[in-house]
Design a protein around this ligand. Structure first.
Ligand code: NDP
Ligand code: MG
Length: 385
């Protein structure tokens, strides 16, 4: 029996992970499940999967969680420190699926178990890629990407000589505003931005897909995961979301990974790796498929991609500054304080703010330093709104 923990269990990735586990419950012992505000769902999951401990990120919701779990035998805890402590409980397989930099501490703790870290929380690599990879290496933990594009790349790189790698080609659906003019994009609402044409995901990543900040984070994520140069990572718009990414080799061969746009594919791959297992996703039918198309992203409409490349060039703490500014700008957009197009402007302004130049330029040497840079960048965004 494998012991597992899921951080961000109540979210889209977390629920999809439990959906796979549900099909073979006897194979797993669930140790920790975490959520934040969705107490009812967290409690129901903890009871159904007989978890050892359920943790809410919100200390002031602990009482609600205790009420919901009274008599169940499941331990309860609340707060960010409690999540980090639960992530330190040893497991064979840990899923990091909290949204945003808030997931960083859980990823770092899961990296210390020497088992498998299934990483959906791309922000962990964007903010502290050097630290997370070092932690995995030090403890013999296998990091498996769950992001669909990176799972696709991981699979297309399997067994190949990395020296023969020429390019990683990340596909992007283009989001709901792919065919909008800049003028039309100016007035879009958070509700419109949340409606992703192909993937069912959490609200924040859906808006990030609409602005292509999600793809921007993925470029940085790919650089850390696959250790390639930023200029080897290309982004191609592919609205059908069937090709999940591609690898080009020096002999001009391209290996592409294809499948239905359903995250249970990538989660299932990480769950069963190195084996493959039957999963519930719809198989592809090439005889009834819309034509597949590919085009270059419009970087004037989606400056996020350029900014990610600039953050990679800057190095040091530029990734955490970039992500924190993006998260704070996204909060402001959701709250109706700024427009959709203002998000990129705020990120750019923060990335190049003279006040945080020294922080940005220093090497990632501790988690505390990364978290301090995160807080500094968020505060700067608030000042500029
Ligand atoms: P969701 O918004 O659906 O879920 C987020 C999870 O994090 C929920 O369990 C939520 O709890 C919890 N949470 C929210 N805020 C905090 C906090 N401050 N501290 C601790 N926990 C918190 O997100 P997704 O599942 O869509 O995404 C999760 C991660 O996976 C992100 O990093 C995303 O980029 C990545 N990812 C997601 C994909 C997808 O298809 N959804 C695809 C590829 C990557 P609650 O709901 O109880 O409030
Ligand atoms: Mg993705």
């Amino acid at each position: 029996m494998r012991s597992i923990s899921i951080f961000g269990a109540t979210g889209s990735i977390g629920s999809n992970t439990l959906d796979l586990i549900r099909r073979d419950k006897t194979a797993y012992r669930v140790i920790a499940l975490s959520g934040a505000g969705n107490i009812k769902k967290l409690a129901a999951q903890a009871v159904e999967f007989n978890a050892k401990i359920a943790v809410t990120a919100y200390e002031d919701r602990l009482e609600d969680l205790q009420d919901a779990l009274r008599g169940s035998g499941v331990e309860c805890a609340g707060g960010a420190n409690a999540i980090a402590a639960a992530a330190a409980l040893p497991v064979d397989w840990g899923m990091s699926a909290i949204v945003g930099a808030a997931g960083l501490r859980a990823s770092m703790a899961l990296a210390r178990h020497g088992g498998i870290l299934a990483l959906a929380n791309k922000e962990s690599l964007v903010c502290a890629g050097d630290l997370l990879l070092a932690e995995c290496a030090a403890h013999g933990t296998r990091l498996l990407p769950v992001d669909s594009e990176h799972s696709a790349l991981f699979q297309a790189l399997n067994g190949e000589n990395r020296k023969a790698l020429r390019r990683l080609i990340l596909t992007a659906s283009g989001g709901p505003f792919k065919d909008y003019t800049l003028e039309q994009m100016r007035g879009v609402s958070p509700g419109q931005a949340m409606r992703h044409p192909k993937w069912q995901m959490g609200e924040r990543i859906s808006i990030d897909s609409a602005s292509m900040f999600n793809k921007a984070l993925e470029v940085i994520e790919a650089k850390y995961l696959f250790g390639c140069k930023p200029e080897q990572i290309e982004v191609v718009v592919h609205p059908q979301a069937i090709v999940h990414s591609m690898v080009e080799y020096i002999d001009n061969t391209i290996i592409s990974h294809m499948g239905s746009p359903d995250m249970r594919g990538a989660i299932g791959y990480a769950l069963h790796w190195p084996e493959r297992a039957i999963n519930p996703i719809a198989p592809l039918d090439f005889t009834h498929m819309e034509a597949l198309s590919f085009s270059s992203p419009d970087e004037a409409k989606f400056p996020a991609l350029r900014l990610a490349r600039e953050a990679l060039q800057l190095g040091g703490h530029a990734g955490v500054v970039f992500n924190a500014a993006k998260e704070a700008a996204l909060d402001a957009f959701i709250a109706g304080k700024i427009g959709f197009l203002d998000m990129a402007g705020l990120v750019e302004k923060t990335l190049y703010n003279a006040q945080i130049e020294s922080i940005r330029e220093s090497a990632q040497s501790s988690l505390a330093q990364v978290l301090a840079a995160d807080a500094e960048a968020r505060a700067l965004v608030m000042e500029n709104i």
